[in-house]
Design a protein around this ligand. Structure first.
Ligand code: PBG
Length: 329
């Protein structure tokens, strides 16, 4: 036999030499939930995840950072009485997110703090944009009015010290508008990580449970993408690049590896992918039932995301991966 590919698999040393993709804690952004309470409360819809107090958030982010995770992204659970139809709380300079940013940056100056820019946690309608009810009773999500509020939200996060703002709303033109709004007041150094190809996905269910942020009526299909579409992701990435995004994202990740690969081919920007709450939960629940091995399954799922072309991975397993990496050293 001329070729025996198994020779390259014969020992751990050789397998390591020929391994094409290396996963590392340095690849990760760790998503964390924060609420007003001073208790840290386990999230029923996402076993293993917590709604942190600001103190708890600072501690958890610090532990992950000490293990080698460079960045966190924070998601607020906002009480119903602070929500309204125009999501005004999202740009309150003393709101939960700005306070969390300040606490994180002062405790961990080298930690990269990323914020989510979208209205859903603050919107009494639960949508990422401002809702108008049309005469026929249908809901309309107002694009340009929403973008104006997103700009105020991003400025509020930049003012509090965010390193990167990350629009997850899928309104048209928001990257250019955010870039313009940030630059106009001297925040040229604040980066934009755009949720470029964000699909209308059933896999977000547990996250909406974690934040009580599910839409009160209707769905998100007039702004998030149809999961049947690939070319549309390429179109979105070309537009985001043109509008000034620093990094682009595909979301969800596991069922969208073809999209990650396609986006990778069509941009020179760093590509991020988000292993979302439903993906986390599918693995976690099978592990908790004793059906799958946690470490093996998590590392395989994340390596596949990186192999498909992602430079950066958002995952609820980020800290766990960093712990495994330390144990291996
Ligand atoms: C909201 C937002 C969502 C997620 C991140 N930002 C939910 C949604 O679009 O409905 C989902 C994350 C996850 O499921 O882990 N703009």
């Amino acid at each position: 036999m001329q070729h025996r590919p198994r020779r390259n698999r014969k020992s751990p040393a050789i397998r390591n030499l020929v391994r094409e993709v290396q996963l590392s804690a340095k690849d990760f952004i760790y998503p964390l939930f924060v609420h007003e309470d001073d208790q840290d409360v386990p999230i029923g819809s996402m076993p293993g995840c917590t709604r942190w107090s600001i103190d708890g958030l600072v501690k958890e982010a610090g532990e992950a950072h000490a293990l080698g995770v460079p960045a966190v992204v924070i998601f607020p659970a906002v009480s119903e009485d602070k929500k309204n139809g125009t999501a005004d709380e999202c740009y309150n300079p003393d709101g939960l997110v700005p306070r969390a940013i300040r606490a994180l940056k002062s405790a961990h100056p080298t930690l990269c703090v990323i914020t989510d820019v979208a209205l859903d946690p603050y919107n009494s309608d639960g949508h990422d944009g401002i809702v108008r009810k049309k005469a026929d009773g249908e809901l309309e999500i107002l694009n340009d009015e929403t973008v104006a509020v997103l700009c105020k939200q991003a400025l509020c996060h930049a003012e509090a010290g965010a390193d990167i703002v990350s629009p997850s709303d899928m309104m048209d033109g928001r990257v250019a508008a955010l870039r313009g709004a940030l630059d106009a007041v001297g925040y040229e150094d604040v980066s934009i990580l755009s949720y470029t190809a964000k699909y209308a996905s059933a896999y977000y269910g547990p996250f909406r449970g974690a934040l009580d942020s599910a839409p009160k009526a209707g769905d998100k299909k007039t702004y998030q993408m149809d999961y049947a579409n690939v070319r549309e992701a390429v179109r979105e990435v070309m537009m985001d690049e043109e509008e000034g995004a620093d990094m682009v994202m595909v979301k969800p990740a596991g069922a969208y590896l073809d999209i990650i690969a396609k986006v990778r081919e069509n941009t020179t920007l760093p590509v991020a992918a988000y292993q979302v709450s439903g993906e986390y939960l599918m693995i976690k629940s099978a592990v908790d039932a004793g059906w799958l091995d946690e470490k093996a399954t998590v590392l395989e799922s994340l390596t596949a995301i990186k192999r498909s072309g992602a430079d950066i991975i958002l995952s609820y397993f980020a800290k766990q991966v960093a712990e495994w990496e330390q144990e291996a050293e």
